[in-house]
Design a binder for this molecule. Structure first.
Ligand SMILES: [Zn+2]
Length: 274
């Protein structure tokens, strides 16, 4: 696939990212409500009017309509555009990092799932199993076919653990073991839940995708989550503020999939162990 000029591949990925972002908005709204994600077509939540095809162009339609429904004039939440744009940017990053390749396609699919999971977690404080399972499926499938298609997102290259499937299983065990341990410890000390089972499962899926680099994802996600928690709780008790952990884990996962080995090198250098 690398015969395509780089800018063209980047453009194609960004355009697909915008379209998938638009679909992501549908999934984010309907999946937690157990509504069909294919029918009926999109409609305005205020007046119920069907959204016309030409009013359903990612980002552009929202700008043309100046953020209002064509029928009733009710504002359309800026969140929809943010999700579309974020999806476009994430697909672009996948292409930028991996070129026009299978890896870029796999990375883009994972980023899309993580974006949708993050927003659903923000809205509903839960991570739907079906999306986490899709992520895990990509991880296992990627490891199985990585001899034929180079799809490994965060490869390790030394010794007997170099087999991709073994790395995936090791990553899942590390991700679920560490987060499960933290959750159990937190429950013992604080007598309430910090991490949910959804977070533990998500770390298992991230482990299947990134192997042992999942530890970095957990570490990065924890720091981001702590900063967000401190910010959200300003003026009130930190322990009383409930923020979902999924979005920060998702961000940690994306960072690792984009640059796991270099993030690790940077960190190892910074703390003086390499
Ligand atoms: Zn309307």
């Amino acid at each position: 696939m690398s015969v395509l000029p780089e800018w063209f591949a980047l453009l194609v990925f960004v355009l697909f990212g915008l379209l998938f972002g638009s679909f992501g908005n549908v999934v984010i709204w309907r999946l937690p409500r157990a509504e069909s994600i294919v029918s009926p077509g999109s409609h305005c939540p205020a007046c119920g009017h069907q959204v016309r095809g030409y009013d359903n162009i990612p980002v552009i339609s929202w700008l043309v309509l100046r953020g209002r429904c064509r029928d009733c004039g009710e504002p359309i939440a800026v969140r929809y555009v943010v999700v579309e744009a974020a999806s476009g940017v994430l697909f672009g990053l996948a292409a930028f990092r991996y070129g026009a390749s299978w890896q870029a396609t796999v990375a883009a699919a994972c980023f899309w799932l993580l974006l949708v999971l993050a927003i659903i977690d923000l809205d509903h404080m839960r991570l739907p199993n079906v999306l986490v399972a899709l992520l895990a499926g990509i991880g296992v499938l990627g490891a199985v076919v990585s001899e034929q298609f180079d799809v490994t997102l965060a490869p390790l290259t030394y010794g007997w653990v170099a087999h991709p499937l073994l790395l995936s299983v090791l990553g899942a065990a590390l991700g679920m073991g560490l987060s499960g341990g933290v959750a159990a410890l937190y429950g013992l000390v604080r007598h309430k839940r910090g991490l949910g089972m959804g977070d533990v499962k998500l770390l298992g899926a991230l482990g299947l995708l990134t192997g042992p680099y999942v530890v970095l994802a957990l570490f990065a996600g924890s720091i981001l989550g702590l900063v967000a928690g401190l910010w959200a709780s300003r003026g009130s008790e930190l322990s009383e503020t409930r923020i979902p952990f999924g979005p920060w884990l998702a961000m940690g996962g994306i960072v690792v999939m984009l640059g796991g080995p270099s993030v690790w090198e940077w960190y190892a250098h910074a703390v003086g162990i390499a």
